[in-house]
Design a protein around this ligand. Structure first.
Ligand code: P6P
Length: 338
């Protein structure tokens, strides 16, 4: 026997060795759905790269003095955090280098940005995103996230402003990144919901959950009760009912953190109309629609009042909506009071 031979046999990879990255997952999905073949993998790779860069910036923000807000406001009239701008620029740069992206649209930019036009028959996409959702939580080291929505680009739609205005049912993929105790990437390509966690040791997102399903029911609701007195009556009646029926309340103040908890544990997230935001606060195109696709793909429901969010016909890139989403039984309870 060769004396230089290892004394113990190389450990064989077992099924427990998790080596499914986002890239290999996306290629597998595209292989089993030829209609999507070869189109999304480069775009999702750009989103994965952006998430790693943003996660790195967030984790060292206080050390590198990039916490805190700027004197500027975004198109929403909201104070911008330094990391809002950094996250936005990271996504614009990573997506801008992908030939499959025709248009990008961001919460931080007034207008959509036309990157390239598609030739006849060529498949290109529109990527909309909220680069750093819940960024007001950063100073307190709370959960923040990136939310994205991917639509097909139909060059016959005319201007970028018109091309982006598609209902949520037209999304070909959607998801979010939660920068929490770990960095979690949750993705749907229309065939279920899968979850990946960043392994910083190798710099890859590895699949940890496949085909996530939201619990059918759970006695937990999530809303900013500081606005309760300005909610329409039906929502106030629901909160009375929930509190008389032993429901718990959890609210992180960042949609990604609240929705992720509900996706895994069940419950219902509500952002009703308020006096300050009579149409609701959350943005339809790059917050409500992607989250609604994720929740519905996981077996949940997502409504704006009595309307299914994914069927709302958008009129403006930055239009707002109310949101009730989560476990089907819990969403039904809210709707029954409206
Ligand atoms: P409020 C963050 O600003 C955000 O857009 C969502 O992430 C979050 O769910 C909501 O607004 C929080 O709003 O009024 O409760 O602070």
């Amino acid at each position: 026997m060769d004396p230089s031979a290892p004394t113990t046999p190389a450990r064989r990879l077992t099924a427990g060795d998790n080596l499914t990255t986002i890239q290999s997952h996306v290629l597998a999905v595209e292989a089993s759905h030829p209609s999507q073949a070869g189109s999304l993998s480069w775009i999702l790779s750009a989103l994965s790269l952006s998430a790693k860069v943003i996660a790195s910036k967030i984790r060292r923000a206080r050390l590198n003095d990039v916490l805190g807000s700027l004197d500027s406001e975004n198109v929403q009239g909201e104070r911008q955090e330094k990391l809002d701008v950094i996250a936005n620029e990271t996504l614009l740069r990573c997506l801008g280098e992908r030939a499959g992206v025709a248009i990008v649209a961001s919460e931080e930019n007034e207008e959509p940005i036309l990157l390239r036009t598609n030739t006849e028959g060529e498949r290109k996409f529109i990527v909309l995103f909220d680069p750093l959702d819940g960024s007001a939580n950063l100073d307190g080291c709370g959960g923040v996230g990136t939310i994205f929505s991917i639509l097909r680009h139909d060059r016959r739609a005319g201007s970028p402003e018109k091309a982006v205005l598609q209902p949520g049912v037209q999304q070909v993929a959607a998801g979010y990144v939660l920068y929490g105790p770990s960095t979690v990437f949750v993705l749907t390509m229309g065939h279920g919901v899968d979850m990946f966690v960043l392994d910083p040791a190798i710099g890859a997102f590895l699949k940890v959950e496949a085909g996530l399903k939201i619990p059918r029911a759970s006695k937990s609701y999530s809303c900013n009760e500081g606005n309760r007195l300005t909610f329409p009556d039906g929502y106030q009646k629901y909160l009375d009912w929930a509190q008389h029926n032993g429901y718990s309340s959890r609210y992180a103040g960042a949609m990604v953190a609240d929705v992720h908890r509900i996706l895994l544990k069940g419950g219902v997230f509500l952002y009703p109309p308020t006096k300050k935001a009579p149409a609701g606060k959350l943005r339809l195109m790059y917050e409500a629609n992607p989250m609604a696709m994720i929740i519905e793909q996981a077996g949940g429901k997502a409504f704006a009042g009595k309307d299914r969010i994914l069927e709302i016909a958008p009129e403006d890139l930055h239009q707002r909506t109310s949101v009730v989403l989560g476990s089907p039984a819990e969403v039904d309870q809210v709707l029954a009071h409206l």
